[in-house]
Design a protein around this ligand. Sequence first.
Ligand SMILES: *Cc1c(COP(=O)(O)O)cnc(C)c1O
Length: 397
Amino acid sequence: MSGSALYETFARAPLAFERGEGSWLIAENGERYLDFAGGIAVNSLGHSHPHLVAALTEQAAKLWHVSNLYEIPGQSRLGERLVENTFADKVFFTNSGAEALEAAIKTARRYHYVKGHPERFRIITFEGAFHGRTLATIAAGGQQKYLEGFGPKVEGFDQVAFDDVDAAEKLISDETAAILLEPVQGEGGIRPFPTASLKRIRQLCDKHGILLIFDEVQCGIGRTGKLFAYEWTGVEPDIMAIAKGIGGGFPMGACLATAEAASGMTPGVHGTTFGGNPLAMAVGNAVLDIVLEDGFLDEVNRKALLMKQGLAAIADEYPDVIEGIRGTGFMLGLKCTMPNVRVNAALRDRKFLAVPAGDNVIRLLPPLTATDEDIREALDRIGAGAKNLSEMAADAG
Ligand SMILES: *Cc1c(COP(=O)(O)O)cnc(C)c1O
């Protein structure tokens, strides 16, 4: 038996944190780490943001949980605010990203079902996708390493190469219900879909009566410098899953849809015990209070540019370590020349936290509230790590 009582599903770093302050995490031994991993795009407003702490503790003193059998005013309010600020007319709250995707998939299938087309249930996805770890979302993601050993893959998901719109078009049949994609792939290695491809995909969906589902679990809530990444492209989905950043660290997610796309989701067909409970809704509303403040996203874009320029200079100086920079806003990727896990370990040695991703990329997902000084500090540490790795590579010949 191994030493831990926990499932061995995570390869954890031997590091435990006790507190967080803004962009910083403080370890049990008092050491301070600059956190540009952000719980993988979850801590959208950094750690211990006073407005979020106040919202949660105020709600905690009043009411934690009531069932969705009753009205939940905080839920109605957050739903209305999401509707006001997006393409959507309807919202269903969940506890996680995968559940938001499950709701999205079910919404799309039910839409066709109530239109008299139960045979339209297949969904087209793209290689490199990540949509969660439930049985349906691993089928949607299509990654063999997540599917292996869990029995037959959930039926109804077909995958094409990343950004291969021609292949997607060829796959469309009388059974196609939806096309599902992340406007910017996160786990896949910070890979944005070209706007021209999204426009073509939208046209294909309209032509064939197919629903377009965006997964903005990672790239939503200000991460790319707009409230949602799709706003950069002018292409709107019919259904969208969100999670991560909307809770700022409190577990929550949501599925958003147009009234038409949600028309199959009638009383009793879907549900959740915890989704949309008063604690989660208090925090979600508090996150929006800040992100929707006048000028907040302008600041994110200004700081992100600073960061991207600094990173580009580091990549120019150490091409043997970093091949290039990708992404927009505070969703940035270092495409590595040497193995990304090695670069990540070197950064952690400098007390700087980032997250490895697919395609040999390191993800940088700083809090949207990171200061200019935090960014300078991050660039110093990344630059020092790259210099050291470059020298070691040169020594090794
Ligand atoms: C993290 C993530 C999910 C899954 O979210 P969970 O909360 O872990 O279930 C789904 N889609 C994307 C794009 C993600 O980044």
